[in-house]
Structure formats: structure tokens, C-alpha cells
Ligand binder design. Structure first.
Ligand code: IMP
Ligand code: MG
Length: 177
């Protein structure tokens, strides 16, 4: 792939500090037993850190995964959400927390929330690591937001550009030199 520079936007230390406060916010309003539904691939790293922070905040979690995709290998959303891989378990009667990497058009989370409500979740709340304001295409509000960022394409900490950069321990902006 072409060479890109990644300019750090949110550091590893900032992410770690926010994780602890975010977990306490979730513990205070969702309860002590929650079903986490993590949307792959982008939220795997956030989910791993968040459930450990939730543990420290006194919350017991069960975790399942759904693979949703809307981007392909581009930096613009294609507009339709595809359920590429479904979760294994039953969520009826459970308090669900959907965990995603970023809220942009809102289509991914709208699709996920509708799907999980239709399957009988008692409550469905949403936690996102990042929010890019002003880009919603459907009405959607996250209950818990890690960081609000400017309208730039970001990578790292699970987020990708054409499936690269997910391994970065920080969130950064890609620029072509
Ligand atoms: P939405 O459906 O438009 O809200 O987009 C959400 C999905 O698009 C996220 O789960 C990401 O996978 C992807 N996405 C949106 N913005 C970015 C970005 O800046 N970098 C990498 N992926 C992004
Ligand atoms: Mg994603």
C-alpha cells in the first residue's frame, strides 16, 4: 500500500484515562449486569479495554460480536449496512450495550439497535469511542461517547484504512506525504 503518515490525535494515555471515567458513567446508568454487543471489526480494541474498565467499575458483562460493514476499502460510507457475521447468543430479556468505534452517519448503529430491539433486548444503549458531529444521515444518539473529534478520517485503536492501521495504540489522522 502507499506510504502514509499518521498524525496522533488522541494518545494512548488519553484513551486509558477516558476508559475509566466512561466505565463509571456506564456503571451508573446501565446497571451491574450487561450484555455487550461489539460491532466488528472496528471496535475490538475498544471493547477489550472497555469491558476490563467495566469490571473495575463493578459491572459484570457478557460479550458477543456482530460484523457490520458499510465502508469497504474507501473512506466514504457506501450508505448501506451489511450484516456480514451474526452473533451466536440470545439477547432476549437482556440489557444490551452496543459498542462501536465511531458514530458518523448513524446508519451502522441504527441498523444494530433496530436489530437487537427486534430480537427482544430489554434495553439497548450505545457506547462509541468516537463521534464526528454534524454528519448524521439518520436520527441517532449515542448514550456514551469517549471523544468528539473533527471531521477527519481517523485510524488506529481498531479503526482502519483499507484494513490497515488497526494495531496503532492511539487514534490518528492519515495524511499522504
Ligand atoms: P456510520 O454508519 O456512517 O455511522 O459509520 C460507522 C462506521 O464507519 C464505523 O463503525 C467505522 O467502521 C466506519 N468509519 C466512519 N468514520 C471512520 C473514520 O474516520 N475512520 C475509519 N472508519 C470510519
Ligand atoms: Mg465499524
Amino acid at each position: 500500500m502507499d506510504k502514509h503518515h499518521v498524525i496522533p490525535l488522541i494518545t494512548e494515555a488519553e484513551i486509558a484515562a477516558r476508559m475509566a471515567t466512561l466505565a463509571r458513567e456506564i456503571a451508573a446508568s446501565v446497571g451491574t449486569d450487561i450484555m455487550v454487543v461489539s460491532l466488528l471489526k472496528g471496535s475490538f480494541m475498544f471493547t477489550a479495554d472497555l469491558i476490563r474498565a467495566l469490571h473495575h467499575a463493578g459491572v459484570r458483562t457478557q460479550v458477543d460480536f456482530m460484523t457490520l460493514s458499510s465502508y469497504g476499502a474507501r473512506t466514504e460510507s457506501s450508505g448501506s449496512v451489511n450484516l456480514a457475521g451474526d452473533m451466536g447468543g440470545d439477547i432476549s430479556g437482556k440489557d444490551v450495550l452496543i459498542v462501536d468505534d465511531i458514530l458518523e452517519s448513524g446508519r451502522t448503529l441504527d441498523f444494530a439497535a433496530r436489530t437487537l430491539k427486534a430480537r427482544g433486548a430489554t434495553t439497548v444503549k450505545i457506547a462509541v469511542l468516537l463521534e464526528k458531529p454534524g454528519k448524521l444521515q439518520v436520527p441517532m444518539e449515542a448514550d456514551f461517547i469517549g471523544f468528539t473529534i473533527p471531521d477527519k478520517f481517523v485510524v488506529g485503536y481498531g479503526l482502519d484504512y483499507a484494513n490497515h492501521y488497526r494495531e496503532l495504540p492511539y487514534v490518528g489522522v492519515v495524511s499522504t506525504p
